[in-house]
Ligand binder design. Structure first.
Ligand SMILES: Nc1nc2c(ncn2[C@@H]2O[C@@H]3COP(=O)(O)O[C@H]4[C@@H](O)[C@H](n5cnc6c(=O)[nH]c(N)nc65)O[C@@H]4COP(=O)(O)O[C@H]3[C@H]2O)c(=O)[nH]1
Length: 821
């Protein structure tokens, strides 16, 4: 059955309206007809109802048909409007059809009305269906676009047959490209793939297209226009033609870079968690441990299973320290974090210091979701710190305090002494000739001796006292309470005695050592630690100068002396630069022929406008400062040049004797240097005699023999100076290639009256003869001495009796006079 339709009939004559209605009904059209007679009724009707059709008269008074038609079409474009009129001409009717009137039926012949209405309704229904379909499509397209925009995914559509590709704006935007910047070609995609992902991705795509699946999901990296890569997830769907051949591939690009990066950083965090050497534990809001890393178990010795869901307080070494534990958590809750040093206990019971940090982990709103604790075991660090502290304050060889700690202890001792009004002493001990032990027995033996001395001195000191080693062979003792200077003196003597007890070294060598001690007293000799140590040092120098193996108290004059020493050292350096040294020459007289057999060169310092300075005053300082090497070199050059010029002048001299210091003797290049000096001066080597002292030779041990043999090979003569003052025996000296022995003037001085001196001198002469060494006696001042020496068979002598050392010109004149007319 036909559904009822709503028809609006616009007609000014009621009879006409009824006539049309009747006609419609009679001709089987189930229509509900409504009548509108003017513009107001038409508007109300259009507003009110849902109309399927409008039948309108053309000439309705007060109504412009054209306007009315436009109004209806504007509001309902698909609503058919049929003209039912009697008075419209044909041309006008055609015109009306053009502007949108559906059909035209004459009132007086309504035969066409129902078919026309039916056709109009059918067409309108068709148009409406089409409109609805179009509207649906538009909405669906819009929905799709919105969905894609919402998902923020790029779309691509690849027609496999035509090889055409569509990339959506978002697809391009994802890679930094705008419209028109990328060619719509499959190669565009391939070219933008990360080079490492290109081949594998293409291979997978190829396999997919060959296979039977309709869906694929790929993941790859693509190059962004602005540099860097984007990680893309690309699900796609394949459509096929009737034959099942791939026809079209449509898919999306989803940018998963952030997710990938988050995944990577999560993976890294997990790796850090498991591999870090720091113990990490996660605590839930309830206070129970949720997870621990392997380092936690390694450090605390607790396996994970034993700690999960327990509170962290079981780690605290001091279980009673609840307040501390609570304070930590309070700080974490208030500030979000806490860190500091704690004392933890391992499962085995061992307490250890740890550096603990606890941080609260919040959600996006900042609400805590759990806490992460990290701690490091500080025990090794503490141990190293203590070791470092010890090293920084102690001498590694003896374990005694070093200079730094000595300073600190002394300052404390001084504070106490100041407070209690007590005296305190600083005793500076320096070993005498310790270098000889080191040089002759080796550094290991030297170290052993220093350790033993350290022990002995420590055993001797009081509880409150401090013994320090300042390095080398210097020890300092701080004695906190000394009633008077004599107490310090007896401690100094005890130190000297304890050092003086012979040492038996591991290899059963026996060594005897002596020491000198300098003493300074607080408050007498200084207020501060530095000054007291410095003054004790000055005193020990004085003790050494005064013959060693004794102690000496500091006095102000010592300081002045020390200052003078410093001045002298500076003066010596300057003197070397300015060539302020001169040589004096003392004749050496042969007792067999009475002739002048040679001359000894003796250095003097002649500062301009001042008195000449004796070598006794500057040679020891030159030796201490090392300046002796340069000075000795100059002496050798000068003496050889002078000797050569005398020989050239015809002076009859066999040789020039030059003193060689221990430091020069130690020089590895000594032979070369002497060879050069001789060749530069033109003096034959046999005309040079080098004087060495016993200690110089002994300090070099076996190497002395090698050095001497090399010098002898050059043709230079060697003599031993000051014989009798050292510790060597003639039997010892026999090992060395010596030519001459010079008896020290201290023996000669007392002959012939002093029996002891006379006997020693006679014995030395006899033994030297036995060893086939020539003998010279130094310091001959009297005819008696000369007679005695001549009588004992001494070969030659030197002394004021013949001449004092003379300047070069004076010596030449002296020679002239000695040769006689
Ligand atoms: N009382 C007295 N003394 C006499 C007599 N005859 C000589 N003398 C002094 O005795 C010293 C002998 O020199 P020395 O034993 O090598 O002792 C030397 C030597 O050890 C050192 N010396 C001097 N010149 C040099 C040098 O060029 N190089 C080195 N390394 N040392 C030197 O200085 C020391 C002292 O030299 P000088 O003052 O020149 O003192 C000289 C000389 O002036 C005498 O009859 N009675």
């Amino acid at each position: 059955m036909e559904t009822s339709i709503n028809i609006l009939i616009i007609e000014d004559v009621r009879a006409d309206f009824l006539m049309v209605e009747r006609h419609l009904h009679r001709n089987g059209l189930a229509a509900r007809c409504s009548w509108a007679v003017n513009a107001v009724e038409i508007a109300a009707a259009l507003e009110r109802g849902k109309w399927d059709l409008v039948l309108s008269d053309y000439n309705v008074p007060g109504l412009d048909f054209h306007e009315n038609l436009a109004h209806i079409r504007g509001r309902f474009p698909n609503l058919p409007v049929l003209l039912v009129s009697g008075s419209v001409g044909e041309e006008e009717a055609v015109e009306l059809l053009k502007i949108g009137t559906w059909d035209f039926v004459l009132k007086d012949n309504l035969t066409r009305l129902v078919p026309s209405v039916r056709r109009a309704l059918a067409e309108a229904a068709e148009r409406e269906a089409l409109r609805l379909a179009e509207e649906g499509l538009r909405l669906s397209e819009e929905r799709f676009q919105l969905a894609m925009r919402g998902a923020n995914d790029g779309l691509w559509d690849w027609n496999l047959k035509s090889n055409q590709v569509y990339f959506s704006p978002r697809w391009k935007g994802m890679l930094g490209y705008g419209e028109g910047e990328l060619e719509a070609s499959p190669f565009t995609w391939v070219n933008l793939l990360h080079p490492d992902d290109r081949l594998p991705t293409q291979a997978r795509m190829g396999e997919f297209l060959k296979g039977g699946d309709d869906r694929i999901e790929l993941q790859f990296r693509m190059r962004h226009k602005g540099g860097g890569d984007r990680y893309i997830r690309a699900p796609a769907f394949l459509t096929r033609d009737a034959q099942g051949r791939p026809e079209r591939l449509v898919g999306t690009h989803i940018d998963i870079t952030e997710a990938k990066e988050a995944e990577t950083s999560l993976r890294q965090a997990a790796a850090v968690f498991t591999s870090t050497l720091e113990a990490v534990f996660v605590i839930g809001l309830g206070g129970g441990i949720l997870a621990v890393n392997p380092a936690f178990s390694t450090i605390s010795e607790y396996p994970e299973g034993e700690v999960l869901s327990r509170g962290m307080d079981f780690l605290l070494a001091n279980q009673d320290d609840r307040a501390f534990h609570q304070a930590i958590w309070q700080a974490v809750r208030e500030n979000g974090a806490w860190q500091g040093e704690v004392s933890f206990r391992r499962r085995g019971g061992d307490a250890f210091p740890a550096w603990l940090g606890i941080t609260s982990v919040g959600d996006e709103k900042g609400e805590p979701i759990n806490y992460v604790g990290v701690f490091t075991d500080l025990s090794r660090l503490k141990h190293s710190e203590a070791k470092l502290q010890h090293l920084a304050h102690h001498d590694p060889l003896t374990g005694l305090p070093n200079r730094v700690l000595l300073q600190l202890r002394l300052e404390h001792a001084l504070d106490r002494s100041r407070r209690d009004g007590r005296r305190c002493a600083v005793l500076f001990l320096d070993l005498d000739h310790f270098k000889v032990v080191n040089d002759s027995l080796g550094h290991d033996a030297g170290d052993e001796v220093l350790q033993v001395i350290g022990h002995r001195l420590r055993d001797q000191m009081g509880e409150a006292d401090t013994l320090a080693r300042l390095g080398g062979d210097e020890f300092v003792m701080v004695v906190e309470t000394v009633a008077q200077a004599e107490d310090a003196a007896s401690i100094a003597q005890a130190m000297i005695d304890v050092v003086g007890t012979p040492y038996r070294l591991n290899d059963s060598h026996e060594v005897s050592l002596r020491a000198s001690v300098g003493v300074s007293l607080f408050p007498d000799d200084g207020e501060g630690a530095d000054q007291l140590i410095q003054n004790a040092d000055t005193a020990v120098h004085q003790a050494k100068q005064e013959g060693r193996n004794g102690y000496r108290f500091y006095t102000r004059s010592l300081t002045e002396k020390a200052n003078r020493r410093l001045e002298m050292e500076a003066g010596l350096r300057r003197a070397l630069d300015l060539r302020e040294f001169v040589l004096h020459y003392q004749p050496l007289i042969s007792l067999t022929g009475g002739r002048v057999e040679g001359v000894e060169a003796l250095v003097r310092w002649q500062p301009p406008g001042r008195e000449i300075i004796s070598p006794y005053h500057f040679i020891p300082l030159a030796e201490e400062t090392g300046l002796i090497v340069a000075l000795g070199d100059w002496v050798l050059q000068e003496a050889c040049t002078q000797m050569k010029s005398w020989l050239d002048l015809g002076l009859r001299l066999d040789k020039v004797a030059v003193n060689l210091s221990a430091q020069q003797f130690r020089l590895s290049y000594l032979q070369e240097r002497i060879r050069d000096i001789l060749s530069e001066s033109g003096l034959p080597p046999c005309r040079l005699e080098l004087e060495l002292t016993e200690t110089t030779i002994m300090a070099r041990g076996d190497e002395a023999g090698i050095q001497m043999a090399a010098l002898k090979d050059q043709g230079v003569h060697l003599s031993i100076d000051d014989f009798g003052t050292g510790y060597s025996s003639l039997a010892y000296l026999r090992r060395f290639p010596l030519d001459k022995l010079k008896i020290d003037q201290s023996f000669v001085r007392d002959i012939p009256h002093d029996e002891g001196a006379a006997e020693i001198t006679s014995t030395i002469i006899a033994m030297a003869k036995n060893l086939k060494l020539s003998v010279l006696a130094e310091g001959v001042e009297t005819p008696e001495q000369l007679d005695f020496l001549t009588g004992r068979g001494c070969d030659s002598c030197q002394g004021f009796f013949f001449s004092r050392p003379l300047a070069a010109d004076d010596f030449r004149h002296w020679m002239d006079r000695a040769a006689g007319p």
